[in-house]
Design a protein around this ligand. Structure first.
Ligand code: ADP
Ligand code: MG
Length: 695
């Protein structure tokens, strides 16, 4: 047996338990070893009932002498209390549960039990009680011989119906006893020693059954030395994979572009503005990469409105000037269309052929792409489908990278021969964390907004204060400025939301009869949307009601008021994107977030929006609220799941892991001197990527 064996190999785990464990995602021995407790309880000191202290969380054990259901009080006969009285020989304690009468089937007199919870003196002051304690029933013939349930810090696991804490604890214990010895530590010894981290076997055992003296708060916070060891292994393996990918890519021969600068020059003349210093710097970074014989892999980060599109467009012109095709891939049809709408008139004025390819577009015209006629192709995932082939794809631009996986990036690259890759993200990610998701990329930051931008003043408005909204609408439109009103539309198909937007538009038109109120939504054909946007841009429409189709790309400097209906339903980065549609001109802009009441997290989000205009700060808070897993969508992004490591909490460890991993790959690109580490790496990353080209 080894750690990859099915769990039935463990004595004591039969088919029934195996089926239950499968529900927890546990199938092989290794899954049990790394099934980490969600928390820990200190049961090292079991108090005598007579010595309990009121107001503290404590553990007691005793025999059930009474178990009964009774009404809470004569006045509230419907509220039932289940109460259990236990004694340890000297004192007695009552445990109570409200409206959980099914517990009557679980507790029977003479059962031996453990209770863990907040102890209170009872009403009479004559004894102790606990309300809703954690409980365990100890079968008489199942005494705690291994001392894994009491008298120590005990692990508490996530469970599934039909499996108790005690059973799972015993399964973990059995597995440790019979399989821990088969675990091999594949990490380079010197690194682990340098970091003063404990051994792997010791750490696996200790995260389940911590030795005496381990800090309870470290255990619960995931910062015990044992947790940190497991976290390091994950982060190191993650970074090793990224290092291998990067190494693979740069070891290939790429295209040395030779742009003439003609198209770019023409474009710059046509632009109504000058590039910012940050834009120029990033364009320089890109130009150097593109001229070099290695394939470019560069990430461009910049806050909303920092002007990423034009930077990408200039890079694309460089490829076209050198005789190559270029493609831009966006995560949604709306985003792709908007990029298309933004770029196509500029491109066409330069005499270029530009093509849009999305899943729902009827006239796909693959031939345009295959023949090389279309120099610039903009699209969605549709671009990576088999039917699509390019004549000579030289540069790919990927928008909103965090919504694409490493895999999809690789698939688009395969449409060319080692094309250069440029990745843009409008979701600023704290730098320390960017290196995880984008660990295989070079990195440029547009850290400057174009001039004449005044920060947007943001206010959260309750439904009842709607007059504030109308007043501001009135004031701004009277001053000749324009207004966005955004309704939530989670999915294109949600009819009720669309209806709300239509009703909202009609109501506003009635309230402001002298103004032209427009409506735009995803159900309209592209050409119609384009017309409406053009009218809004020209000022023919003063107030534009929309679903979130205006989220990106739209640019009307004269619009100074953004009203977001049901703001509590939007995510932070979405709100920030929307707000970025105003504050683009010299006039003071406002963003009003209409709050109809939502969860605590929703309120937190709105509060953060009201306090900050800084995309990086907002992203950091978003990360805090949602947690790294959901924020990054690791599953979606193609990164391996992390069990012990937490990208936020362990960022210092992450930086160390990254440095070590990259230096190891530099010394030994195919890990030929670390065969076990290499196997482990392939196992961790699964089939996500061919990490090594050479055998
Ligand atoms: P991002 O994609 O980074 O959110 P955009 O590329 O949409 O931002 O640019 C936002 C707006 O700023 C666009 O209208 C763009 O034309 C304009 N813009 C870009 N660069 C500059 C600049 N250097 N000076 C003035 N306006 C600019
Ligand atoms: Mg953009």
């Amino acid at each position: 047996m080894d750690i990859l064996s099915p769990i039935q190999y463990i004595k004591g785990i039969g088919p029934r338990r195996a089926a239950l464990l499968a529900k927890l995602g546990i199938e092989i021995v290794k899954d049990i070893l790394f099934y980490l407790p969600t928390r820990y309880e200190d049961r090292s000191s079991i108090k005598k009932i007579t010595q309990l202290i009121s107001g503290e969380i404590q553990t007691v054990t005793g025999k059930v002498i009474k178990a009964e259901v009774m009404p809470a009080s004569p006045r509230r006969p419907r509220l039932k209390i289940f109460s259990v009285v236990i004694t340890d020989g000297n004192g007695a304690l009552t445990a109570k549960w409200f409206n959980q009468t099914y517990l009557g089937k679980i507790f029977k007199p003479a059962h031996k039990v453990v209770f863990y919870g907040l102890v209170k003196s009872n009403y009479w002051g004559s004894g102790f009680e606990m309300v809703n304690p954690e409980y365990e029933i100890i079968d008489d013939d199942e005494e705690d011989a291994d001392h894994i349930n009491t008298g120590r810090v005990v692990p508490v696991y996530g469970l599934t119906e039909g499996l108790s804490q005690r059973q799972l604890r015993s399964i973990v214990h059995l597995t440790l006893t019979s399989a821990l010895a088969t675990v091999t530590d594949v990490m380079p010894e010197d690194i682990i020693t340098d970091l003063h981290l404990p051994g792997l076997r010791q750490s696996i055992e200790a995260v389940h059954f911590p030795p005496p003296g381990t800090s309870l708060s470290d255990l619960n916070g995931g910062t015990s030395p044992y947790h940190q060891r497991l976290a390091f292994d994950e982060l190191f393996t993650l970074q090793l994979g990224l290092a291998a990918i990067k190494n693979n890519e740069i070891s290939e021969k790429g295209i040395s572009f030779e742009p003439t600068g003609k198209l770019t020059g023409e474009l710059l003349e046509k632009l109504p503005f000058k590039l910012t210093g940050a834009q120029k710097r990033v364009i320089d970074d890109i130009a150097k990469d593109m001229k070099s014989p290695f394939p470019m892999n560069r990430l461009i980060q910049g806050d909303v409105g920092s002007g990423k599109t034009i930077v990408a467009f200039i890079a694309m012109l460089g490829a076209v000037e050198s005789g190559y095709q270029t493609a831009l891939m966006a995560p949604t049809e709306i985003l792709a269309e908007q990029h298309y709408l933004n770029i196509h008139s500029l491109a066409e004025s330069l005499g270029l052929k530009i093509h849009l390819l999305t899943g729902s577009k009827k006239d796909k015209n693959y031939d345009m792409i295959a023949s090389g006629k279309a120099q610039i192709v903009i699209g969605t995932h549709a671009l990576i489908q088999e039917a699509v082939s390019f004549k000579n794809l030289g540069l790919i631009v990927i928008d909103e990278q965090h919504r694409f996986g490493v895999m999809q990036r690789a698939q688009l690259r395969k449409k060319g021969t080692n094309p250069d890759t440029l990745i843009m993200t409008a979701t600023p990610i704290p730098r320390t964390l960017a290196i995880t998701l984008y660990g295989d990329l070079d990195y440029s930051l547009i850290d400057e907004l174009p001039p004449n931008r005044t920060p947007v003043l943001t206010k959260v408005i309750r439904e009842l204060q709607k007059n504030i909204v109308y007043d501001l609408m009135d004031r701004e439109t009277k001053a000749g400025r324009q207004v966005y009103v955004v309704y939530p539309l989670i999915e294109e198909s949600e009819k009720s939301n669309l209806k709300a937007a239509i009703t909202g538009m009609e109501a506003l038109q009635k309230k402001f009869p002298d103004l032209k109120v427009g409506l735009i939504h995803g159900k309209l054909p592209t050409s119609e949307r384009e017309d409406i946007m053009r009218d809004f841009k020209k000022g023919l429409i003063q107030m534009l009601v929309s679903t979130t189709v205006i989220e990106v790309g739209v640019d009307v400097p004269n619009a100074t008021l953004m009203v977001i209906i049901h703001a509590e339903r939007f995510g932070l980065s979405q709100l920030h994107q929307l707000r970025g549609r105003v504050g683009r001109g010299a006039a003071k802009s406002h963003c009003l977030l209409l709050n109809y009441g939502g969860s605590v997290d929703a309120m937190k989000r709105l509060d953060i929006m009201a306090r900050s205009n800084d995309g990086f700060k907002i992203a950091e808070k978003d990360l805090e609220i949602r947690g790294p897993g959901e924020f990054f969508g690791t599953r979606q992004s193609g990164l391996p799941d992390l069990k012990a490591a937490n990208l936020l909490r362990d960022y210092k460890l992450l930086e160390i892991a990254r440095k070590q991993a990259f230096s190891l790959i530099e010394k030994d690109p195919s890990l030929s001197t670390h065969p076990k580490l290499r196997r482990n790496l392939e196992d961790f990353w699964g089939k996500r990527l061919e990490l090594f080209k050479t055998a």
